[in-house]
Write a protein that binds this ligand. Structure first.
Ligand code: G3I
Length: 397
């Protein structure tokens, strides 16, 4: 690693430690790390602990705890939906900036960093765009120009206010797709070919020279067979390596971290190894959308603790695996949860057969769950020599 290409986020950590030490612990008033927020404990390591934010929940006057926790527990925020293309430009040429602006203002008021999500994705595109392409009224050439304009407009509007942009999201297929051999999937690859990925990073860089530009995807927590035909992590690794070799300004790879307790998950060292391998390419890493869902059996729904407890424990263990791996690798700049309370989680609305839920770190009444406590203890018990301040790459030109 060439050190001059990286900057230490540890300055933040040192400042935070200094701040924590301004009031010395005494026998009568010992310093109690368990009383600190995830944000404060993370910043000891230069690590941002973030959350996705729902603007509807933020604006719900009857739900003040949402706003309180979103502002106090986290040092980074991501718009769960407000920066997606369908939200920003529901009608062609008419932008609805208000919700995204609100999130950026909220972050500024609370001294939080912002992860911009998302510039190029095949989901949540405006109807006028997808139907225009389907009926042939938008040509391929015009589509490419619309994408360039979209990226340029959005990135310029928030220039200097976004720490990390998810430039391209979920471009790679899964083994259960057809064909099962991994490939570039979805609307953009089908209409523009995979070259749109390099274009998108170049357009984003031209619009903001300083934001860290990320590729973001799920099911890339650990390497599998090593064969890019069926190992999605390997496919994304090879893609990143290829983009870097071409001089494309990709600064980071975000691993979403949507896990489920019903699946065989990874151990901390497998995840650590994957983060290390990506950072060997010179890119930053981050967990960007962590949640760990469980099947809501009849017993769980009836409140049967014998069914609920193992799920809460498995969920906590999985949140913790990703956090420990992130702490162990200095390129891992942030750990973002995809919503922090079961009151506002995308999971129950998405997975209904069988129903799934219990995916976040606070329950529906904002009581911290075991997962929250485990994340906290991971942050408290980490430190040198194995856990060192973060190292961020300089944005690539
Ligand atoms: O805004 C409409 C509302 O007007 C309408 O009444 C309601 C009825 O269904 O739908 C609302 O839109 C919903 C939107 O979230 C805002 O709440 C959509 O139906 C719903 O599909 C959409 O789901 C979002 C999902 O992305 C869509 O793909 C989730 O909230 C959001 O958490 C989820 O986030 C994605 C990341 O962006 C990328 N990675 C995966 C992650 C989870 O799917």
């Amino acid at each position: 690693m060439k050190l001059r290409q990286w900057t230490t986020v540890g300055v933040v950590a040192v400042a935070t430690i200094a701040a924590l030490n301004t009031v010395p612990a005494t026998a009568s008033r010992p310093y109690d790390p368990t009383a600190q927020s995830l944000a404060t404990l993370g910043l000891r390591h230069g690590l941002h602990v973030g959350t996705a934010v729902s603007i509807d929940a933020l604006n719900d006057a009857s739900d003040p705890q949402y706003r309180t926790l979103a502002s106090s527990e986290f040092s980074s925020v991501t718009a769960e939906n407000a920066m997606k293309w369908e939200s920003l430009e529901p009608t062609r040429g008419t932008y609805n900036w208000a919700p995204a602006d609100q999130l950026v203002d909220f972050a500024k008021r609370n001294r939080q960093s912002v992860r911009g999500h998302v510039l190029v994705w095949h989901n949540q595109l405006p109807g006028w765009l997808t139907s225009g392409v389907a009926d042939g009224s938008i040509s391929k050439q015009e589509l490419r120009e619309l994408l360039r304009k979209h990226i340029t407009t959005v990135v310029k509007r928030y220039q200097g206010k976004i720490w990390q942009w998810d430039v391209v999201n979920e471009a790679v297929s899964d083994p259960w797709d057809t064909p099962s051999t991994l490939h570039y999937k979805g609307f953009w690859a089908q209409n523009l070919g995979p070259g749109y990925i390099a274009d998108a990073f170049r357009w984003a860089r031209a619009a903001d020279p300083k934001a860290l530009l990320f590729y973001n995807d799920y099911n890339i927590e650990a390497f599998g067979s090593g064969n890019p035909a069926d190992d999605k992590t390997q496919f994304v690794y090879d893609m990143t390596k290829g983009l870097r070799a071409q001089g494309v300004p990709i600064d980071g790879v975000g691993s979403q971290g949507h896990l489920g307790t019903q699946y065989g998950n990874f151990d901390t060292l497998q995840v650590t190894a994957a983060l290390k391998k990506f950072s060997g390419l010179g890119v930053a890493t981050a967990f960007t959308e962590v949640d760990v869902r469980s099947q809501m059996t009849a017993g769980v729904q009836a409140g049967n603790s014998e069914e609920i407890n193992p799920r809460l424990q498995a969920s906590a263990a999985n949140f913790s695996v990703l956090m420990k791996a992130c702490l162990a690798v200095r390129s891992c700049l942030s750990y973002t949860v995809w919503g922090f309370s079961d009151r506002h989680s995308w999971v129950p609305g998405w997975f209904d057969d069988p129903p799934e839920g219990l995916a976040t770190i606070y329950d529906e009444n904002y009581q911290p769950k075991r997962a929250y406590q485990e994340l906290k203890s991971d942050l408290i018990f980490a430190g040198p020599p194995y856990v060192l301040p973060r190292l961020a790459p300089k944005p690539r030109r």
